[in-house]
Design a protein around this ligand. Structure first.
Ligand code: OOB
Length: 539
């Protein structure tokens, strides 16, 4: 079994008694549809249409093959696929035999994949030839040298490596194969992170399944829902809030898109009669602009009933334009891969929907808002968010030191967000974690600072957020160079980082050079002053 920090016995008991944890593996989502209506349309991906029976069959074929290779409980997989139907067949296949996957984002590069592989020591890697790392065999060879036994690739002709072949070649699951127990780890979610290495979040069947079932209720997902999957499929928002898994749970249809770019999505929405779409704020801005530029485009959104917006701060003024200009209902989502998800409820007054990020899924989500000394603040006063509950994890994978900081003695996870509670709803007003939220994509400052410091001419580095009209935030790296040097060229600095294999979205947008970095009274880098200096320079 994969180790993880379990919930204390009394809470686990409470979550079962309350009916949150139902001790079913996540594969029951697919099993239920096989019983209810196997021929219903589960997925649309380009010109392909998959029924639930197709999805089930493919996932069983792959599961049978992997089980035959001796994979099962205690094993892990590293998966990196773009937004394609195969993502789900692979996910269910692995769940079916109790192999625990990390679903890396397609934008992740060598550094991220290597960091995940190092942490989980996967026996199997499933990836795509369309990704630069797998275009030739060098990285696969490297992974094998590191202990990976099986590599399967999307877009591969060689039958020995072809993912398509394993999905299509009929196979029977051996009798002993099955998912991990429902109170054990089903898969790992990715943390947005604030530390040097990307952290993994163990999610159990029980906790994840509850968040999905409850989200389906709250968001009104039904078998008639046609859901646009245009944000990265592996992200917690897209997967479970209510996400593609919520849609499968309800027997609806997921329509895959490669990106949320409006000119690609609008015709797809029109053709497929999409009813629900999750988006990050910068994508909403692009959709609004597309309709404002050419009002005739609005007709393409006719079928769209609701838009879920989350992942980063969403300006109130933009929120108000959503129903007016796009003709659909807005639902705000404030969630985290670690667990807690908040939604504005559809029947709430418009004011709440436009000005807050909603309230938690569960009556048993415990949310504390704390001042600097860890004391609860009164409603209306900003404070640091701490939470525990039936689907909020209890510890990052193999990270005792970080866990000691991220959790308090009562098992509350401190998310690093600054929030205000107003009439029971939360509003996200700031952040204390050292992270940049670049339009929903999270960048851990420390990770990039460490990489910058590997440049021979850099002696000190600090990455901070700067406000950006489109993305909400961009990143700026403040650098101190070794004696005698005044600056380095931004392209050369970006090349340095790319050569280290980091994802492109993490590259600093700007660089500033200083003779020294300002320090706080206790001798830490004074990032507030750095941020203020940028604000002053652009004011
Ligand atoms: C979602 O998950 P992550 O793990 O990528 O990022 C979580 C962090 C939160 O701690 C918060 O800092 C920020 O993203 N965030 C928001 C927000 N939603 C997330 N900040 C302001 N307003 C919002 N609405 O981003 C995620 C997971 C599930 C559902 C939705 C988003």
């Amino acid at each position: 079994m994969i180790e993880f920090s379990p919930w204390p016995r009394d809470l686990a008991q409470r979550y079962r008694q309350a009916g949150y944890w139902i001790d079913q593996p996540l594969t029951h989502i697919l099993d239920a549809q096989m019983a209810a209506g196997p021929e219903a349309e589960a997925l649309v991906c380009g010109s392909r249409r998959l029924s639930y029976a197709d999805l089930d069959r493919q996932s069983r074929n792959l599961a049978a093959y992997l089980a035959e290779q001796g994979l099962g409980h205690g094993d892990t997989a590293l998966v990196q696929l773009p937004n394609v139907a195969e993502f789900f067949a692979v996910f269910f296949a692995l769940l079916r035999i109790g192999v625990v996957p990390v679903n890396a984002l397609f934008s992740h590069r060598r550094l991220e994949l290597a960091a995940y592989a190092q942490q989980i020591a996967p026996r199997v890697v499933i990836a795509s030839r369309a990704h630069e790392l797998f275009r030739d065999d060098a990285f696969a060879v490297e992974l094998r040298a590191g202990g990976v036994e099986h590599v399967l690739l999307l877009g591969e002709d060689d039958p020995a490596l072809s993912l398509a072949r394993r999905l299509e070649q009929p196979g029977e699951l051996p009798s002993g194969a099955g998912p991990t127990p429902a109170d054990q780890v089903a898969f790992f979610q990715l943390s947005g992170g604030s530390t040097g290495t990307p952290k993994l979040i163990p999610r159990t069947h029980n906790d994840y399944d509850y968040s999905i079932r409850a989200s389906v209720e709250i968001c009104g997902v039904t078998s008639a829902t046609r859901f646009l999957c245009a944000l990265p499929a592996a992200h917690n928002f897209t997967l479970s809030s209510p996400g593609t898994l919520g849609v499968f749970h309800a027997g609806g249809t997921v329509v895959m898109a490669p990106s949320p770019e409006p000119l690609g999505c609008f015709p797809l929405i029109a053709a497929e009669r999409v009813t629900m779409a999750p988006l990050v704020p910068p994508a909403v801005a692009l959709w609004l602009r597309a309709v404002e530029e050419d009002p005739s485009r609005r007709a393409q959104l006719d079928s769209l009933e609701s838009m879920l917006v989350g992942g980063a701060s969403f300006a109130e003024a933009t929120a108000r334009r959503v129903p007016e200009r796009l003709g659909c209902r807005l639902q705000q989502v404030f969630g985290m891969a670690e667990g807690l998800v908040n939604y504005t409820r559809p029947n709430e007054p418009a004011e709440v929907i436009f000005t807050t990020q909603g309230r938690p899924i569960s009556p048993d989500d415990e949310v504390r808002i704390l001042d600097e000394d860890g004391r609860p603040v009164p409603d209306g006063t900003p404070g640091a968010l701490a939470t525990r509950g039936p689907y909020t994890f209890r510890g990052y994978y193999r990270s005792p030191e970080h866990n000691a900081k991220a959790f308090d003695s009562e098992g509350f996870y401190h998310s690093g967000d600054v929030v205000v509670r107003v009439d029971g709803n939360l509003r996200v007003v700031g952040r204390i974690k050292d992270q940049i939220n670049r339009g929903g994509e999270k960048i851990a400052a420390e990770e990039i600072e460490n990489l910058l410091l590997r440049h021979p001419d850099i002696t000190h580095a600090a990455l901070v957020a700067t406000p950006d009209a489109h993305l909400g935030e961009k990143s700026c790296a403040f650098l101190v160079l070794r004696d005698g040097l005044e600056k380095l060229s931004p392209p050369a600095l970006r090349r340095h980082l790319l050569e280290l294999g980091v994802a492109e979205y993490k590259l600093p947008d700007r660089f500033r050079f200083l003779p020294e970095l300002p320090l706080t009274a206790v001798g830490k880098i004074d990032k507030r002053r750095l941020r203020d200096s940028l604000a002053a320079a652009t004011a």
